[in-house]
Design a protein around this ligand. Structure first.
Ligand code: XMP
Length: 517
């Protein structure tokens, strides 16, 4: 689905920096569509999409190393505005005849930068502003036709411009939060330099996508695996608005969902819900429990749950017969991550990829593959999906299977469901849920001695986890007020049979992970 054909776009040319997704997100927050492209594909993509502007990202290399990533020199001849950031700024300077050197003093972290208010890039920005620096090279001499528009005591060219050619460059990172007025600078670039009008809006995305899905699917049939999570729910609703009953959604209840979740999903997507689609709920709980009996190793549990899911889904798909399209809720960060480099496998889910070959279909449709998570949520709101579904926190595919340490049993599922329900209920009462990336209860495999009334107990310990995170790659344990933890603890030990102890996990990620397994 070719969204950029309907919108002005900015291409973020990736030179290996860590904040590349962030640049695209920030630009989209300005209502301008942005896409991240590997530097090797820059020229091809520019020809294909005729972008309104380019942003060169940072990166770990030094421009004067022969092996460092460069762009085709013709890119500077196309008349397209360019903003270079960090490595991208040095690359611009170097390729246009300036001089880049190792800086006598590296700058790292929050840095006070002096800006020149006569530059359009700094319109509405303070003359002294805090920016995020992270560099060991710097621009020692700007290319001909350029002038310096910002500096720090140790970085003579913290930003430069050549307004005639619409080339701008910053040594600092306007995209990170620590650059206090970075958003304004990016806005200045996309609106005032590139001439964008801010036409990337969720209502037009929804409208265009529905039209494109209709054109693509024609009178064909589509099949969607619905988990009840944000991505698959939004994908399913978009599809159903486009093609109605030509869509079948299969929802596999593997018995590892949160309390009441299966019924909630059915209430929204089932025959009594607002959507016009074919909904099949498969109650496969027992099959999963049988397969998981006696299994304690986390990766093995994941594998069993994943494989059993495929088997159940395959059986349902066979009953439906061949379909033309398989719908997947892939979102943009998945696309970027699978396309740009690979990191070590910590848990198997991080290594997803490839097409399912167990369903007879002709083509994949991924209606959300260009959206960031917050955009998916906004598209969901635009589509009228209930808020509790749209703002739902992430829930792992293997569900409670990886929140029960050790063997999964029905009793343990009941315990963790009930404890988790109480925790979520109390957190929601305080409004803290809006600040938390993820929060849940897990069942440790530990039993310990307690006393209730006059009796000795020997029961399980529940661990509570609540984290703040923006990307789920790193996270910090949230500081939940003591009285909230106290209420949750009292309620869990009193209301959930089989639990006599509650603990709070204070570990950040790294070294911990968000889930326990
Ligand atoms: P970790 O535990 O790796 O979690 O810090 C990061 C994010 O990934 C989710 N997660 C999973 N999602 N299948 C999934 O679909 C899995 O096996 C899985 N394991 C972790 C986790 O909930 C968090 O959002």
């Amino acid at each position: 689905m070719n969204h950029q054909s309907n919108h002005q776009s900015v291409l973020v040319i990736d030179f290996g920096g860590q904040y590349n997704q962030l640049i695209a997100r920030r630009v989209r927050e300005c209502s301008v569509f942005a896409e991240v492209i590997p530097h090797t594909k820059a020229m091809e993509k520019i020809k294909e999409t005729a972008p309104a502007g380019l942003i060169f990202t940072g990166g770990p290399n030094s421009v004067y190393d022969d092996a460092s990533p460069k762009c085709e020199p013709e890119i500077f001849e196309l008349g397209i505005p360019i903003l270079g950031i960090c490595y991208g700024s040095q690359l611009m300077a170097y390729m246009l005849g300036g001089r880049v050197e190792t800086a006598p003093v590296s700058e790292y972290g929050r840095t006070l930068v002096n800006t020149d208010g006569s530059s359009v890039l700094f319109e509405g920005v303070s003359r002294e502003t805090v920016c995020w620096m992270s560099h060991t090279d710097y621009i020692a001499q700007v290319p001909e036709g350029f002038r310096t528009i910002a500096s720090t005591p140790v970085c003579p060219t913290a930003a430069m411009e050549c307004p005639e050619k619409k080339f701008y460059a910053t040594q600092f990172h306007p995209e990170v939060m620590h650059t206090e007025e970075g958003k304004k600078m990016l806005e200045n670039f996309v609106y005032r330099v590139c001439g964008c009008t801010g036409d990337w809006k969720m209502d037009s995305f929804v409208e265009t996508t529905i039209r494109q899905i209709r054109e693509k699917v024609g009178d064909g049939r589509a099949l969607c695996a619905l988990s009840g999570g944000v991505d698959s729910s939004v994908a399913a609703v978009l599809m159903s608005k486009a093609i109605g009953k030509q869509l079948t959604c299969v929802f596999v209840d593997q018995g590892l969902l949160r309390k009441n979740e299966g019924d909630e999903v059915e209430a929204v997507f089932g025959p009594d819900g607002p959507y016009d689609l074919n909904f099949i709920r498969v109650n496969a709980q027992q099959r999963f429990y049988d397969k998981l009996a006696g299994v304690t190793e986390p990766e093995q549990k994941r594998k069993i749950i994943g494989e059993e899911f495929i088997r159940v889904f395959e059986e349902e798909a066979k009953k439906i017969g061949a379909v033309d399209f398989l719908v997947q809720g892939t979102i943009y960060p998945d696309v970027i991550e699978s396309g740009l480099g690979k990191s070590a496998v910590i848990k198997s889910h991080h290594n997803v990829g490839g097409l399912p070959d167990y369903v007879d279909f002709k083509e994949i449709i991924e209606p959300l593959r260009m959206l960031f998570k917050d955009e998916v949520r906004n598209a969901g709101r635009e589509l009228g999906i209930p808020e509790y579904l749209v703002s739902r926190q992430p829930f792992p595919g293997p569900g409670l299977g990886i929140r029960i340490i050790g063997e999964v049993t029905e009793e343990k599922i009941r315990i963790v469901q009930d404890a988790d329900y109480i925790f979520r209920e109390e957190i929601a009462k305080t409004g803290l849920d809006r600040e938390l990336g993820q929060y849940f209860a897990a069942l440790t495999n530990m039993r310990s001695v307690g006393v209730m009334g006059d009796f000795r107990t020997y029961d399980y310990a529940i661990a509570l986890r609540a984290v703040k995170t923006s990307d789920f790659m790193t996270a910090e344990a949230a500081q939940i007020p003591w009285d909230v933890l106290n209420t949750v603890t009292n309620r869990i030990v009193n209301e959930v049979k089989g639990v006599n102890r509650v603990m709070y996990d204070c570990t950040s990620k790294p070294p911990g992970t968000i889930e326990f397994e």
